[in-house]
Design a protein around this ligand. Sequence first.
Ligand SMILES: Cc1cc2nc3c(=O)[nH]c(=O)nc-3n(C[C@H](O)[C@H](O)[C@H](O)COP(=O)(O)OP(=O)(O)OC[C@H]3O[C@@H](n4cnc5c(N)ncnc54)[C@H](O)[C@@H]3O)c2cc1C
Length: 462
Amino acid sequence: MEPWDVTIVGGGVLGTSIAYWLAQQYEGRIAVLEKEVDVAAHTSRRNTGVVHRPFYLDPVGRKVFARCAQVAYGMWKAYAAARGLPWLEISTFEVALREEDQARLEKYRQWGLANGMREDELELLTSSDVRRYEPNVRCHGAIWSKTDTAVDYREFTQSVRDDAEAAGAKFLLGSEVASVDVAGDLLEVRLAAPEEERVYIDPRRKISVHVGRGREAHRTRFLINCAGGNSIDIAHRLGVGREYTDLHFRGEYWEIDPAHHYLSSRNLYTVPRHPELPFLDPHWIVRVDGRREIGPNAVPVSGPYTYRGFFDSPKELSSKLLEVPLRNKLRLLVNPDFVALAAEEGASSVSKRVMAKRAQEFLPSLRVQYLVRPGTAGVRASVVDRSGNFVKEAIELPGPHSYHITNYNSPGATGAPAFAAWTVQRLARAGHLDHLKAKVAKPGGLWDFEHITESIEAPAAS
Ligand SMILES: Cc1cc2nc3c(=O)[nH]c(=O)nc-3n(C[C@H](O)[C@H](O)[C@H](O)COP(=O)(O)OP(=O)(O)OC[C@H]3O[C@@H](n4cnc5c(N)ncnc54)[C@H](O)[C@@H]3O)c2cc1C
């Protein structure tokens, strides 16, 4: 069989968006290998479901994510309207729990404006302003981000997949990459043998998906690794990113009894206790279907798909702890702050009382019995560098006939369609897509490639 021109590993929101842009811009054989039977089966579904506005992202230190979040907000908004997907502009109060956090709120306002948000999207509130809008919330003050929006990223990703397929990309579902090897000018991708042949009915499309049929070696001229929690492992197999390792943290949520939804009609986030680990503080979230949840925490677990318990098998745990490079994790594990935090997060997993207590800091009338059932947990893969520090931004690593994107964390779902366009542009500039022919007549689409990529690269607002 002819080799594929570009193969993307991973049909999350990122891999699917990259497939969309490649198929929009180029002729050629473009494939997505996804191990599950649908796109967005993992983190791109199991997240908080917020289109985050970039007020909390440093316009210099986190420039790319801030720009992508800002640009993608308009993209997703137009997309939801055109495709009839839910878009619930719920807004967020980011509250200061300590007097000293107030200065950060002002900084957030400045960052939001520098990142391109409008003046009328952000408002600083005193504690009495907050009580006027949300009488159950206690804090020293807040920043109100008025355009934060609740969505369903799984539906977004499924719809972008439809558009990518219409433009010519092929999604090979149930295809788990087991190994990748260089074979001359090509990469040879070996797929894991499926446990059994299955026919899965895709309820959305009313078609059957055959998993485990017609397997043959998958050869490709170029590979883009967007495998989320597995991306570092796939990079390591090609000798790429050996200086990095990763740790997995499960974020768990608790659903609130509908009788107590009145406690807040907006998202409630807190100024992070540890700005370097902003994913640690639980929030009150309004889901796109109106459910309210508390979460997530960040419980260390052994693998990217450990949605229950702390490890799937003793073998998985020991190989996670002993995988190379060992030094990165050892440095982190002797950091007393990290160990204390991990213990606290573990306690909030074992005990919903601990989780409720953390949320009572800003919602004192919340009671543990209002947390009625666990919500959908998601796992975050955080990359650790040689010094034992968590890396904040996404990491992009070129490799043999390949490009690897790892540590693509929050607000990654928000920024994905913009980040994907920017990635395609940079791959083209670096000559990695020279074997593809640009489409003369581009298929019509809602999003404008040139405008998006220029907006990401534009000089900072003064
Ligand atoms: C708890 C939590 C809450 C979050 N909340 C938000 C939020 O509110 N807003 C926001 O913007 N972001 C949020 N994020 C971040 C966001 O969800 C992620 O940045 C985004 O979903 C990452 O997308 P992805 O495509 O890179 O990864 P994934 O969605 O994980 O996709 C990777 C895909 O690769 C596939 N794969 C893996 N290994 C292989 C293999 N060997 N062969 C074939 N396929 C493979 C997997 O099956 C998976 O489908 C949150 C993250 C977490 C963990």
